[in-house]
Design a binder for this molecule. Structure first.
Ligand code: HEM
Length: 158
């Protein structure tokens, strides 16, 4: 079972790097960018942080997905997806799918093309929405992590 132990360790390590970065972006970087603390050009300040972090996030999402599906297959946990008691398994999958969509589809194909234009036309509105979206993703992730750690130790709300 050493392989499952290693997969779990890699899974959690990647979650820490990824969601830790999302937390930093939401609670520290974005407020600083919005208030102009990193320079008057908010788009440039945001880009400088985002284009570096996006690769950490993408790599982590791939590792979390591979290790997550590996553990599910190896321990044959597919039945859990049919039970509400294991809501945190559904939550992990949903958070992973959501971030995969954001990082591999929305960011490169939509934000990369149109964000500069939006951010120069209505910067206050655009950065407020961006910040709100980060809070939603962070909130879902935090609940998921809490549920997964407690749930894998046998705790359940149902
Ligand atoms: C493709 C998506 C994912 C799959 C298939 C998956 C699968 C798994 C499995 C099978 C476990 C072990 C459960 C057990 O031992 O009973 C686990 C643990 C865990 N997962 Fe995921 N996961 C996924 C995504 C995520 C995401 C997105 C997060 C965080 C936001 C996350 C956070 C955790 C945490 C914190 C644990 C508990 C580790 C521990 O306390 O030992 N997972 N995951």
């Amino acid at each position: 079972m050493d392989d499952v132990v290693i997969a779990r360790a890699l899974h959690v390590l990647a979650v820490v790097i990824w969601i830790g970065g999302v937390s930093m972006a939401t609670t520290v970087a974005l407020p600083a960018v919005r208030h102009g603390d990193l320079g008057a050009d908010r788009f440039r300040a945001f880009q400088a942080i985002e284009h570096r972090f996006v690769w950490h996030a993408r790599t982590s999402v791939v590792i979390v997905g591979l290790t997550g599906f590996y553990m599910t297959a190896r321990l044959n946990l597919w039945e859990r997806f049919q039970s509400a008691q294991f809501w945190w398994m559904h939550a992990m999958l949903c958070v992973w799918l959501l971030f995969t969509l954001v990082l591999f589809v929305i960011e490169p194909f939509i934000l990369h093309r149109y964000f500069h234009q939006w951010a120069t036309t209505a910067p206050d509105v655009v950065f407020a929405w961006l910040h709100r979206a980060h809070w939603v993703l962070l909130g879902l992730s935090v609940v998921t992590i809490f549920g997964a750690v407690a749930g894998s130790q046998g705790w359940s709300v149902f």
